[in-house]
Design a protein around this ligand. Structure first.
Ligand SMILES: Nc1ncnc2c1ncn2[C@@H]1O[C@H](COP(=O)(O)OP(=O)(O)O)[C@@H](O)[C@H]1O
Ligand SMILES: [Mg+2]
Length: 252
């Protein structure tokens, strides 16, 4: 089943068009990877999925993105609701440094002023940190500040924070690009486990990572989608010459 369907999406920064007539569907509870050379529009496309692109001054979007059956760019749709249903993890961990690990995980609720009992908060924090694969490492230091954690641990707390509000879709923009190989490996493991919970869209410039974690791969080039297919097909039997040249490292 399709969780997200993009129809004739175009996006601009000022007068520069950076996404050109994007049409693609993303399957529910699967991991889709977006690959392509630097500057091809991967981050912009990801930020259109949760209506972040339009927050950049001068930036503009045209077209439709259906989440289930609702076009999130319809006038009556509240972007805050969209962002609640579609969470995001960024390239670098961006925890709130003045808040404890515990408060960071429930930050989504604190920011919404949602009142929760102590028991309910404890439950959410434990569940989210377990899903992000970091509960055992932090369970005895939940009141510490994030600066006490390594970059990889912080990034997994960011994943926990995104999961805490139970999003239906999780966007990840090169989530391991700032991490060492062991932290990267552990986050990839976590991503594969999360597939049961949530639909995942991951941007990566690391083709091995796309091959390791994703079910479907989208190859972009200069603002366009060149090819979409199952990850095994894209990496073993690409249909487009441009895809083949990219995955065999002829350009990057
Ligand atoms: N805030 C911005 N203002 C103007 N242009 C931008 C901004 N962010 C990205 N761009 C440009 O938009 C294009 C697509 O960028 P981006 O989506 O970040 O690509 P990718 O994530 O694939 O590297 C690039 O040409 C980039 O220089
Ligand atoms: Mg990017």
């Amino acid at each position: 089943m399709d969780k997200i369907r993009v129809e004739n999406l175009n996006a601009w920064f000022g007068s520069m068009q950076v996404l050109k007539n994007i049409n693609v569907s993303l399957k529910e509870k699967k991991i889709s990877a977006i690959i392509g050379p630097s500057g091809c529009g991967k981050t912009t496309l990801l930020r259109c999925f949760n209506r972040l692109h339009e927050l950049v001054p001068g930036a503009r979007v045209e077209g439709k993105i259906f989440l289930d059956n609702t076009n999130i760019y319809e006038k009556e749709v509240d972007p805050v609701m969209v962002r609640r249903r579609i969470g995001m993890v960024f390239q670098r961990p961006n925890l709130f440094n003045h808040m404890s690990i515990y408060d960071n995980v429930i930050a989504g609720y604190l920011l919404n002023n949602t009142k929760l009992s102590k028991e309910r908060k404890d439950e959410i924090v434990e569940r989210s940190l377990r899903l992000a694969g970091i509960w055992e490492e932090v369970k005895n230091r939940l009141r510490d500040y994030p600066s006490a954690l390594s970059g990889g641990q912080q990034q997994r707390v960011c994943i926990a924070r995104a999961l805490a509000v139970e999003p239906e879709v999780l966007l990840m923009d090169e989530p391991t690009s700032a991490l060492d190989p062991i932290s990267t490996y552990r986050i990839e493991e976590t991503i594969r486990e999360l597939k049961e919970e949530v639909t995942i869209i991951i941007v990566t410039h690391n083709m091995q990572q796309a091959a390791r974690v994703s079910d479907e791969t989208i190859f972009m080039y200069m603002g366009e989608i060149i090819e979409v297919g199952s990850t095994s097909q894209i990496f073993t039997n690409p249909k487009q010459k441009l895809t083949e040249d990219y995955i065999t490292g002829k350009f990057g």
